[in-house]
Ligand binder design. Structure first.
Ligand code: PGA
Length: 256
């Protein structure tokens, strides 16, 4: 399948940055710069910024996502936010399984699967993050790690639901470090993930899944990465906090 038919998606992951007022300002600055984008454009913002982001992005091509969700709809889960709550206020996307959630906050392949399940049940689109550590890459088990992460997260996800799943391949060693996977490394793992999806869901379904790359993607290296046949855009951390940089990445994906 032609990757432009799949439609690349550039998603900003703001992490724990920007207040509601700063959210409004950055979205207002970014909106006109990405208005003509030929790719999906999403900002995944902190929970307290969601309302401001939704209001600032209203009527534009900019979609809003959260960075995590809990797997239960409600209950005694202090500090958590459910997928249904996100859906109710108009959020369309949610990141699950980001490596920072896995390494700093105890998320496992199993809890990631539960979060993805809840997000899909609530009608959200999931941005599922997978990726190997430096040690795992050095041991040459990258594909095994990524396959296990993907397979467990997608257990129970139907072919119809797969249309609401984006996979973000993010090598842990490349996140926030300034180290980027080479375009060839990114494409190789993304192709491997697509191969796994073909085993699980058939080639046609696998061909329609957006598989992003993430990890120090920026205005300078985006074009080469998103030009790869199996790299359908990116999940952008640091560079998503600067309107001009983010817009340059969106432009690269629109042309890639
Ligand atoms: P980075 O983060 O672009 O700052 O490396 C990417 C991510 O964590 O999604």
């Amino acid at each position: 399948m032609n990757k432009q038919l799949r439609g690349p998606v550039i998603a900003g992951n703001w992490k724990m940055n920007l207040s509601p007022a700063e959210t409004e300002a950055l979205i207002k600055e970014t909106k006109p710069l990405v208005a003509g984008a030929k790719c999906g454009v999403v900002f995944c913002v902190p929970f307290v910024d969601l309302q401001a982001a939704l209001e600032a992005a209203a009527g534009s091509n900019l979609k809003i996502g959260a960075q995590n969700c809990h797997w239960e709809a409600r209950g005694a889960f202090t500090g958590e936010v459910s997928a249904a709550m996100l859906k109710e206020i108009g959020v369309e996307y949610v990141i699950v399984g980001h490596s920072e959630r896995r390494t700093l906050f105890g998320d496992t392949n199993e809890t990631v699967a539960c979060r993805a399940r809840a997000a899909l049940d609530a009608g959200l689109t999931v941005i599922l993050c997978v990726g190997e550590s430096l040690e795992q890459r050095e041991r040459d088990i990258t594909m095994e790690v990524v396959r296990v992460q993907t397979k467990i997260a997608l257990a129970g996800v139907s072919k119809a639901e797969l249309a609401r799943v984006i996979i973000a391949y993010e090598p842990v060693w490349a996140i926030g470090t300034g180290l980027t996977a080479t375009a060839a490394q990114a494409n190789e793992v993304n192709r491997g993930i697509r191969g796994l999806l073909a085993e699980l869901y058939g080639q046609a379904a696998a061909d329609s899944v957006v598989i992003q790359y993430g990890g120090s993607m920026n205005a300078a290296n985006a074009a080469e990465l998103v030009a790869q046949p199996d790299v359908d855009g990116g999940l952008i951390g640091g560079a998503s906090l600067k309107a001009a940089d983010f817009a340059a990445i969106v432009k690269a994906a629109s042309e890639g």
